[in-house]
Design a protein around this ligand. Structure first.
Ligand code: G4P
Ligand code: NA
Ligand code: NA
Length: 194
């Protein structure tokens, strides 16, 4: 997605060989016009899939998630990382380990918001090791619903998440794929060696 590549080049800050900071449009300040285009691009890629719900995880997945759900006219559910005090009903829980943060979080979704037979599109802002996406997929599968695919705004293709998810049989659509973050520069995966 060229618009997103341009934004990454213009505003992304390479913090290390592993981490790209994009807090001016995705992770802190959010760009609603760009997020609207992100939503449109996801529904273009998953056209004809009869998606009934979009699932993401708080907090940075919510902006691309809501724009995708708006275009599809279906609900967005965001998995919570902390147990809510008011979330007293039956909940679906999965453990998600973060290599980046070296901690395990429990993510939760209320059972009443996901049904067997739902066709769920998972959306997230970043894909690194794939742990969050796998956790979200397990939540969908716990209730007997189907994961239609996984839509990612920025995939770090030099980390294993994308390959692992595809090996597990999931369709992954990443709007930009980063091949490397070397020498303070972003290289896109489809431009390596060119
Ligand atoms: P994984 O799910 O793919 O295994 O990723 P990981 O545990 O490594 O990611 C932990 C958090 O760090 C996630 O945000 C993820 O979006 C974010 N993250 C991973 N790599 C990068 C990166 O290169 N740049 C940026 N900006 N973020 C990255 P989170 O803790 O869930 O926070 P939130 O922003 O959604 O609230
Ligand atoms: Na994030
Ligand atoms: Na996220």
């Amino acid at each position: 997605m060229q618009l997103l590549k341009d934004k990454v080049i213009q505003e992304g800050i390479v913090l290390s060989e592993q981490v790209l900071k994009v807090d001016s449009f995705l992770n802190h300040q959010m760009d609603p016009v760009l997020m609207k285009e992100v939503g449109k691009e996801f529904i273009r890629r998953f056209e004809g899939e009869n998606i009934t719900r979009v699932l993401t995880i708080e907090s940075s997945g919510i902006a691309p998630g809501i724009m995708t759900a708006l275009e599809l006219n279906v609900p967005l559910i965001f998995a919570r990382k902390q147990k809510s005090l008011t979330l007293t009903e039956d909940i679906l829980v999965e453990k998600v380990y973060s290599f980046t943060k070296q901690e395990t979080n429990e993510i939760t979704v209320a059972k009443k918001f996901m049904n067997p037979g739902d066709r769920v599109l998972i959306i997230d802002d970043f894909l690194a090791n794939g742990e969050a996406a796998f956790g979200l997929a397990r939540i969908v599968e716990q209730v007997g619903a189907e994961v239609v695919g996984i839509g990612i705004v920025i995939e770090k293709a030099f980390q294993p998440g994308g390959s692992l998810l595809k090996e597990a049989g999931y369709r992954v659509e990443s709007l930009v794929r980063i091949g490397a973050l070397s020498n303070g520069q972003v290289t896109f995966a489809d431009e390596e060696g060119t």
